[in-house]
Design a protein around this ligand. Structure first.
Ligand code: NDP
Length: 293
């Protein structure tokens, strides 16, 4: 079997096309979706991600503002800027690019963002909503993976999904979203023993580890769906995933490439969440008008 590539760029384009129309409709009604991105320090990878997010916002007609703050910015100053954005009616989504310098508490920063503007879906309130199946902003990377599965016609129900990685932003929510769609979920992590025996049972295998090409064919069951979240550099400095694509593609039924797989979907779901937030603002405004009438 040769794995069919799941093209994240194409799926992204389709979703972004729909979002562009929704943005135009919102602008007609007086609400231009706006995303504020805060970048602290000058980490080159973070700068690249932030630029790409801003470009994507503009391409679909959204407003995007970038606040660049020096590396030695105090936590207090950063929290004060976030509070200002919480109160700014033109901003519907706030994103603080991670990682932050070590003198700033990530959890404090995340908790300072108003849950209704937390378009990354990292705030504990939104995580709680996700866990209990309530409407919320879903974390962009796992949300993007779920959309890829949906667009490819892969139904997780009854399947065994194995997630390698248990970070708060990828692995853990990934398992929750698959569980919500009735998959049976197993998590693997750095302390898992005999990981191959588990990954070899996976109908859906998600790699979110951060180790270049770690997942070779011997980790994969014949006919599995293999989702590669990893973004790494190989020994030649070339972008690659956590999965050894060339080795695994013959065995997998479906496989995502890196680049061009999960990466574009993450940004697309960020746009989706910001548009969703703007729509909520408009609905809220309309409801208040009704009350006044
Ligand atoms: P983290 O470093 O936060 O988490 C990595 C996870 O992998 C941890 O749970 C860790 O286990 C586990 N792990 C590490 N080594 C092993 C091992 N040898 N065997 C099994 N498990 C292991 O990373 P993130 O979740 O933030 O990111 C993972 C990857 O995804 C990275 O390459 C990152 O760049 C990429 N990424 C891509 C995105 C995209 O848009 N495509 C978005 C976000 C991230 P333990 O908990 O025990 O330490």
């Amino acid at each position: 079997m040769t794995g069919k590539e799941i093209n994240g760029k194409d799926i992204s384009l389709e979703i972004r096309g729909k979002l562009q129309k929704e943005v135009a409709a919102l602008i007609d009604k007086g609400v231009k979706p706006g995303l504020a991105v805060i970048l602290v320090g000058d980490n080159p990878a973070s700068k690249t991600y932030v630029k790409s997010k801003q470009k994507s916002c503009r391409e679909i007609g959204m407003e995007s503002i970038l606040m660049e703050m020096p590396f030695d910015t105090s936590e207090e100053k950063l929290l004060a800027e976030i509070k200002k954005l919480n109160d700014n009616d033109d901003i519907h989504g706030i994103l603080v690019q991670l990682p932050l310098p070590s003198h700033i508490s990530e959890i404090k920063v995340i908790q300072t963002i108003a849950p209704k503007k937390d378009v990354d879906g990292f705030h504990p309130v939104n995580i709680g909503r996700m866990m209990t199946g309530q409407d919320t902003f879903l974390p962009c990377t796992p949300f993007g993976v779920m959309e890829m599965l949906k667009y490819t016609g892969i139904d997780p129900e009854g399947k065994h999904a194995v997630i390698i990685g248990r970070s708060n932003i990828v692995g853990k929510p990934m398992g929750q979203l698959l569980l919500r769609e009735n998959a049976t979920v197993t998590y693997c992590h750095s302390k898992t023993s005999d990981m191959k025996s588990l990954t070899n049972q996976a109908d859906i295998l998600v790699a979110a580890v951060g180790k270049p090409k770690m997942i070779t064919a011997d980790y994969v069951k014949e006919g599995a769906v293999v989702i590669d979240v990893g973004i790494n550099r190989d020994e030649n400095g070339k972008l690659c995933g956590d999965v050894d694509f060339d080795d695994v593609k013959e065995k997998a039924a479906f496989i995502t490439p890196v680049p061009g797989g999960v990466g574009p979907m993450t940004i697309t779901m960020l746009l989706y969440n910001t548009v969703k937030s703007a729509k909520k603002t408009l609905n809220h405004r309309n409801q208040n008008k009704d009350v006044v009438k």
